[in-house]
Design a binder for this molecule. Structure first.
Ligand SMILES: [Zn+2]
Length: 114
């Protein structure tokens, strides 16, 4: 499962931050998942429940914020937030755009117990 390896990578990052802050446990993990990241939040949550066992985050909650998709137009240079199924410039309708947001999987913040 794709999501499981993502979770394992994420938990390594979480444990590193937790250790740097002398945390005993991690209570909450906030993530931002871009709509084009290819990650399904429900699958990520399920994978997280498996992956967190035996880590500092074994009891942690996972909060997933779904990020917007933002494109930058190659024609007029404007940035606009767009629906996933319609990646065109919202100002001039140009389809040659670069995705500047939406592909990311970001660790936003942690709540820890020290
Ligand atoms: Zn445009």
């Amino acid at each position: 499962m794709h999501e499981l390896s993502i979770c394992q990578g994420l938990l390594r990052q979480v444990e590193k931050v937790a250790a740097e802050n002398n945390a005993k446990t991690v209570e909450l993990i906030r993530l931002r998942v871009g709509a084009l990241s290819g990650v399904e939040p429900p699958l990520l949550e399920r994978a997280f429940e498996i992956a967190r066992a035996g880590t500092l985050a074994a009891e942690a909650e996972l909060e997933i914020e779904e990020g917007p998709v933002v494109v930058k137009c190659q024609e007029c240079g404007a940035s606009s937030a767009v629906p996933v199924n319609n990646l065109v410039c919202q100002y001039c309708g140009e389809w040659r755009v670069n995705v500047t947001e939406g592909e990311e999987l970001l660790l936003l913040s942690l709540e820890i117990e020290t």
